[in-house]
Design a protein. Structure first.
Length: 185
């Protein structure tokens, strides 16, 4: 966590950290919505924004906002620094969020822009209590801000659900299945 905060050099490191990520190419709708609401968000949060290649906005100067096109080895430190996350709902992203027990607001790609798998992923995570969900077509400034604030206020509930998940400890489960199969032969 300390390394992630050091990387971002926030002037008020005691504020909670909101991580925003939209995949390696970024997510234009998410980027635009976060930036449009930046003034409200930075009152409460430090924001780490992984905005995708070619999507930096050099005009934004704020001590509580840092943006990266892409990160590699630093991602582990950024995840550690994050208290909550706004993300797409791709399979890799949601699995990382679950394993790391990071409360998230999932904003899946719309059915028009994808196969619909992200919508199913986000709906499943919401149903299990691992994350909240906001579909792009339903996103307004007010709803986005409300959802982010509610996520932060209820973050411990999400963390508890993820830690209690049957999907955790997969290595142990696989090993017990292998042992049971071998034993039956």
């Amino acid at each position: 966590k300390e390394d992630g905060l050091k990387l971002c050099d926030f002037k008020k490191p005691e504020k909670p950290v909101l991580l925003v990520m939209g995949g390696s190419l970024g997510a234009v709708h998410i980027n635009d919505a976060i930036r449009k609401n930046l003034k409200s968000l930075v009152k409460k949060f430090n924001i780490i924004h992984l905005c995708g290649k070619g999507n930096l906005d050099e005009t934004i100067e704020n001590d509580s906002y840092v943006q990266f096109e892409y990160v590699n080895e630093e991602l582990k430190d950024i995840f550690a620094a994050a208290d909550i996350v706004v993300s797409r709902a791709g399979a890799n992203a949601i699995c990382e969020l679950l394993v790391l027990a990071k409360p998230a607001l999932l904003i899946p790609l719309s059915a028009e822009a994808s196969r619909g798998d992200q919508i199913l992923n986000a709906a499943s995570f919401k149903k299990q209590g691992f994350a909240d969900m906001l579909e792009e077509q339903d996103m307004t400034d007010e709803i986005l801000l409300t959802k982010i604030n509610e996520l932060y206020e209820c973050r411990e509930d999400y963390i508890d659900k993820m830690k209690d998940s049957r999907m955790n400890n997969s290595t142990e489960k696989i090993m017990s299945l292998i042992k049971a199969t071998v034993k039956d032969r």
